[in-house]
Design a protein around this ligand. Structure first.
Ligand code: G3P
Ligand code: MG
Length: 229
């Protein structure tokens, strides 16, 4: 497993409410070296939540982007946890793990870039600690243009071949693909272009082995304790 990356997907989300400080803390306790999370920008702050609606993971209702920050922060995101701000997550993680920030909401690139830049200069976090990814390739391009130092990952859920070319073209570090579209040729194609290949979401030892046999470079899992480090 040397060099193979394991990302705690939305933290140790198989055990604690996803994308909360308790899920991130547990992932660290379990030895995770990378943590994945999802962000939206609201009133100049980055909030960490996956869905564009609030119902599944909180006691709120409606769309994240329709709400003000004080409402979002008043909600219970599970077991009494709040929806975290990205800067709170940085405070928690410090230099203890890498962070894959997935740009989920619109117009997140500039805020994420600014927060990472501040973390590197003021909090002694390292540029290598970050990978920024998105299904929104326009947002990803925007991020790359304003912060070319930080590695980016092109998230793909379909039409793989075109996306691998795209990832190479924009100077991505990696392709992040859903487990159901992964095959040996897809992985080899990415590798030929100098791209790493990470797969979401891998929650069993059997799937992990299958992915490793295909030559992938890392996986996202809700159960970071299942895989050894
Ligand atoms: O970043 C990998 C994975 O999180 C992408 O899909 O829907 O879980 O954010 P999703
Ligand atoms: Mg995600």
């Amino acid at each position: 497993m040397k060099g193979f990356l394991i990302f705690a997907h939305r933290g140790a989300s198989g055990y604690e409410p996803e994308n909360t400080l308790s899920a991130f803390e547990l992932a660290l306790t379990m030895g995770a070296r990378w943590i994945e999370l999802d962000v939206y920008a609201v009133e100049g702050e980055l909030v960490v939540i996956h869905d564009d609606r609030l119902e599944r993971t909180t006691n709120g209702t409606g769309f994240v982007m329709d709400k003000d920050l004080s409402y979002l922060r008043s909600l219970d995101a599970g077991k009494g946890q709040k929806i975290p701000l990205l800067r709170e997550v940085f405070d928690l993680i410090r230099d203890r793990a890498g962070i894959n920030i997935e740009l989920k909401g619109p117009e997140t690139a500039a805020s994420v870039s600014a927060l990472i830049a501040a973390a590197v200069t003021e909090r002694r976090m390292a540029a290598e600690q970050f990978i920024v990814s998105s299904f929104n390739h326009k947002e990803l391009l925007h991020f790359k243009a304003i912060n070319p130092e930080i590695r980016i990952g092109a998230l793909v859920s379909g039409v793989p071949w075109r996306n691998v070319r795209f990832a190479e073209k924009i100077g991505a570090y990696a392709v992040h693909a859903g487990i159901n579209i992964v095959n040996r040729r897809f992985v080899a194609n990415a590798h030929r272009r100098g791209l790493k290949f990470f797969v979401y979401t891998v929650n069993t030892g059997e799937d992990l082995k299958r992915m490793q046999d295909m030559g992938v470079d890392g996986v996202f899992t809700n159960y970071p304790d299942l895989f050894s480090y």
